[in-house]
Write a protein that binds this ligand. Structure first.
Ligand SMILES: Cc1ncc(COP(=O)(O)O)c(C=O)c1O
Length: 486
């Protein structure tokens, strides 16, 4: 069959020669290079690891906050399997639960079992659902939970439109692709278009690189950015020319806001304070659902159980996954009871949903992270890490901006602090230097210039210190190579 690649697709396409060069230039040992060659002989070139790194290490073992590759080299883990291993890799308590459950019941279709029922009860109790009466539906991955939640919102409300923010990430299945309005995702799927035409977008209040431009002199930039968003959304929801609402009759076609409280895949960006409160107020005013995707921000990552807890906001729908299964695939949608009560039996089914092993591990995760002392420890460890980064910022002008909440940390690299001109090449260089020296994390951001630091919530002080020392060396190397920015 003919290869239909267009010029556009060829720009991101890897050739076999490029792959061979990445392997040859990589900082890994002989075993790592051999395994990488085997890997890339058979797996897709669309692997996310080839986008995040020149070449990811081939990790063989891990414990706590340390990953060990096939050559025995150690890396401090600042990625936690992309927020999955919140309690660290192979933690003894989770491993013990999985062993025990594996001797009882591994999985039995999408049917009830005690671990699953217990987890549903706990999620219903600990999620900040408006009105207090909650109901749960299980899934396997983040994206399938988002799909289920959006379907439920539309079914319950009888309305088709959902609103999300540019830069949000909610998955890349056919059902979620339209909701992932994140920089440059859609061209990868070209010529497959996002098929959900009932999705519309608004700018995310990202104060450091505000979509509304720089705040006027003397204004608080976060507050200013949020007030521009409020104007925008009000226009969207009630202007006479809005396609979504007929002002005179008061009818609307909007079912829900579907949002990340903080934008994770887009760079671990904290929005202007008050973002959730603003959406809650508008959701109440226009009688629409507030649905939050806490797949990354939830389960203790920010030092509270849920990111929306920081603004004391109750939501209509909350979606959780990643850390929920203690490393095993599991997701859940938690809604105001009446939303899921509107569905008849059989409205949703997924063979692997609510897996018994994952629920057993997840119940243990919930035990640990619901403990206020554990959450206080997350806040403390995050503050220690952030203070170390701020100290580095004083010496390395490349670090333009740091935002952190608990152990949810984003770092923005700029060429010039006054203009905030992004420094994407420098960011790639520093990342590769860090991988070489034994620290693993992800780089992303609207301008490819943000470091996304999400280690296990249990990260040790000694590991943070090791990371800070390696960052110091890597930033110095970048300044030598690119010249010091200002
Ligand atoms: C906020 C958010 N929502 C949804 C998803 C999709 O989850 P999954 O990859 O498990 O489908 C992700 C994945 O990174 C995510 O970060």
């Amino acid at each position: 069959m003919r290869d239909h690649h267009t010029d556009q697709q060829n720009r991101t396409r890897l050739t076999r020669d490029a792959i061979a060069k990445r392997i040859a230039d990589s900082p890994y040992g002989n075993n790592g290079k051999r395994w990488a060659a085997r890997w890339l002989d058979v797996e897709s070139y669309g692997q996310v690891g080839l986008a995040l790194f020149n070449l990811p290490p081939i990790v063989e073992r891990a414990h706590g906050d340390i990953l060990i590759d096939v050559d025995g080299k150690e890396y401090v883990d600042l990625l936690a399997g992309f927020s999955v291993s919140a309690l660290g890799q192979c933690s003894e308590e989770i491993t013990a639960v999985i062993r025990e459950q594996a001797g009882k019941l591994v999985h039995y279709f999408d049917l009830p079992h005690p671990e699953r029922i217990e987890m549903a009860e706990r999620l219903a109790r600990i999620c900040p659902i408006k009105g207090g009466q909650a109901r749960v539906a299980f899934g396997v991955t983040g994206a399938d939970a988002v799909e289920l939640a959006v379907r439920a919102a539309r079914y319950w409300s009888g309305r088709p439109i959902v609103l999300t923010a540019f830069g949000d990430y909610h998955g890349v299945t056919y059902g979620t692709m339209a909701l992932t309005g994140k920089g440059g995702m859609w061209p990868y799927f070209y010529p497959v278009l996002p098929l959900d035409t009932g999705v519309s977008y608004f700018p995310f209040p990202y104060p450091y690189q505000s979509p509304f431009g720089r705040a006027p002199e003397g204004e608080d930039e976060a507050a200013w950015c949020l007030s521009r968003l409020e104007d925008y959304l009000s226009y969207f929801l009630e202007s006479k020319e809005s396609p979504y609402r007929e002002v005179k009759s008061g009818i609307t076609s909007v079912a829900a806001f579907v949002v990340e409280p903080y934008q994770s895949s887009a760079g671990y960006i904290l929005p202007s304070p008050g973002y959730m409160k603003l959406l809650r107020r508008l959701a109440d005013k226009y009688d629409i659902l507030l649905m939050v995707d806490e797949i990354q921000t939830g389960l203790g990552r920010t030092g509270r159980l849920w990111a929306v807890d920081w603004e004391d906001v109750e939501v209509d729908v909350l979606i959780t996954s990643k850390a929920l299964g203690g490393g095993l695939p599991l997701s859940a949608v938690v809604t105001r009871s009446e939303v899921l009560e509107s569905w008849g039996p059989g409205a949703h089914v997924s063979t692997q949903a609510g897996n018994a092993l994952a629920c057993a591990a997840g119940n243990r995760v919930l035990d640990v992270i619901s403990d206020p002392a554990f959450l206080a420890g997350v806040a403390e460890r995050g503050a220690y890490f952030a203070a170390g980064l701020e100290e580095l910022q004083r010496r390395h002008p490349l670090i333009g901006h740091i935002n952190s909440q608990g152990i949810y940390i984003g770092l923005e690299l700029v060429r010039d602090r006054a203009s905030r001109q992004p420094a994407p090449e420098e960011a790639s260089f520093v990342l590769e230097e860090c991988v070489r020296r034994g620290v693993l994390f992800e780089k992303g951001g609207y301008f490819h210039n943000r470091f996304q630091l999400i280690p296990p919530l249990t990260i040790r002080t000694s590991s943070v210190d090791r990371v800070l020392a390696i960052f110091d060396e890597a930033f110095s190397a970048a300044e030598k190579r690119f010249g010091a920015s200002s």
